[in-house]
Design a protein around this ligand. Structure first.
Ligand SMILES: Nc1ncnc2c1ncn2[C@@H]1O[C@H](COP(=O)(O)OP(=O)(O)OP(=O)(O)O)[C@@H](O)[C@H]1O
Ligand SMILES: [Mg+2]
Length: 303
C-alpha cells in the first residue's frame, strides 16, 4: 500500500517522495519513482545536446537550475558548457565570473562575426564546467538584432563549435519571451521549464508553451519539451503539494519526478559564487540536483 509522505519516510533530498514497505517509492504526485542509475562514465565527449532553461516568469529557479544541473552533470564526468543568456549575468556570477571585468562576453559572440566561441569561453573552479559569461552589454543585442538577417538563429550559429567538445550545453534564459529567448529556443534541442511551487506558478505557462510551439513550427522542428521541474517546494505546506498536483493534471508526465526543495542553501551558494555541490556537497539540495541530473540522463535529455 502506498503510504503518505512524511518527514520520516521521504527519500533524502527529494521532497514529496515516500518510501513504501512493499513496493517502489512514490514521487510527489504518487507515481512510482524509478531508481535512476549513476550515468556510465564517458571516455570521449560530444556530440552535445543543448538544453534551454526557460520561463518568462522571474525568480523561478532558472539560473539556480542551470548552475547546479551543470555542476552535477560535471560531477558525473560530463563536459558541460553553461551559456549565460541573461543580461543580468547571474549565472556568470554564480560560477565565479565577475561580469564587470569581462573583455568579451556572449554579446560579442553573437554580435561580432570575428569573435569565436573559444575567445569567450572560460573555465570555472568546477572540473568539466565551462561558462560563456554575460553582462549588461547583452541587453543591447535584443534591439540591435531586430534588423539582422536570420536574427533568431545567431546563438545557434555561434554555439555550433561547442557541439563536438561538450556533452551538454545549458542556456540560462532571461525572464522574457523576447528575441534573446527565441534565439535560445532556436539553438536548443530541448527546453526545461522550472516552475516555482506557488499559487500563480501556472500563470503564463500557456503562453510559454505557445511560444515553444511557434519556434518549433517556424524555426526548430525538433525542439522538445524535456520536462517541467517543480522548484522551491516546501514540504511543510499542503500548498506546494497542491501546485505540483495541478501541474501534473495539466501536463502529465512532462512533470519530472525530481522536485527541488526550498532551502536557503541555494541563495547562500549564490553569494559564495559557487554551485551547491561544492558549497554544501552533502546538503539535501545537492542531492536533489544530482537526482535531477540522473533523471535527465535516464530520459535521454542529457547524454
Ligand atoms: N530551491 C530553492 N530554494 C530557495 N531559494 C531558491 C531556490 N532556488 C532558487 N532560489 C533563490 O531564489 C532566487 C531566484 O532564483 P533564480 O535566480 O535561480 O531564478 P531565475 O528564474 O533565474 O530568476 P530570473 O528570472 O530573475 O533570472 C535566487 O535568490 C535563488 O538563490
Ligand atoms: Mg536567472
Amino acid at each position: 500500500m502506498t503510504q503518505p509522505a512524511t518527514a520520516e519516510n521521504t527519500l533524502p533530498g527529494i521532497p514529496g517522495t515516500a518510501a513504501n514497505e512493499d513496493g517502489p517509492p512514490t514521487d510527489v504526485v504518487g507515481r512510482p519513482l524509478p531508481e535512476f542509475p549513476v550515468p556510465a562514465p564517458r571516455d570521449s565527449h560530444g556530440p552535445a545536446r543543448i538544453v534551454a532553461m526557460c520561463n518568462q516568469k522571474g525568480g523561478v529557479g532558472k539560473t539556480t537550475t542551470t548552475i547546479n544541473l551543470g555542476a552535477t552533470l560535471a560531477e558525473y564526468g560530463r563536459k558541460v558548457l553553461l551559456v549565460d543568456f541573461d543580461p543580468q549575468g547571474a549565472a556568470s556570477v554564480g560560477v565565479g565570473v565577475s561580469p564587470h571585468e569581462l573583455e568579451l562576453s556572449v554579446y560579442n559572440l553573437v554580435m561580432e562575426r570575428d569573435v569565436t566561441l573559444e575567445d569567450v569561453v572560460r573555465p570555472t573552479a568546477i572540473e568539466g564546467l565551462d561558462v560563456v559569461p554575460a553582462n549588461i552589454d547583452l541587453s543591447a543585442a535584443e534591439v540591435q538584432l531586430v534588423g539582422e538577417v536570420a536574427r533568431e538563429s545567431v546563438l545557434s550559429r555561434a554555439l555550433r563549435p561547442a557541439l563536438d567538445v561538450y556533452d551538454v550545453v545549458l542556456i540560462d534564459c532571461q525572464p522574457s519571451l523576447g528575441l534573446l529567448t527565441v534565439n535560445a529556443l532556436t539553438a536548443a534541442d530541448g527546453v526545461l521549464i522550472p516552475l516555482e511551487c506557488e499559487f500563480f506558478a501556472l500563470r503564463g505557462v500557456a503562453l510559454l508553451v505557445e511560444t515553444i510551439d511557434k519556434v518549433r513550427d517556424r524555426l526548430n522542428p525538433d525542439l522538445a519539451v524535456d520536462g517541467i521541474l517543480a522548484t522551491m517546494f516546501d514540504a511543510r505546506t499542503l500548498h506546494s503539494r497542491e501546485v505540483v498536483q495541478r501541474v501534473h493534471e495539466a501536463f502529465g508526465d512532462t512533470l519530472l519526478h525530481t522536485v527541488i526543495g526550498r532551502t536557503v542553501k541555494f541563495p547562500d551558494a549564490s553569494v559564495a559564487a559557487e554551485p551547491i555541490t561544492s558549497h554544501a556537497p552533502s546538503h539535501a539540495g545537492a542531492a536533489a540536483y544530482r537526482h535531477l541530473a540522473r533523471e535527465l540522463v535516464a530520459r535521454g535529455s542529457a547524454t
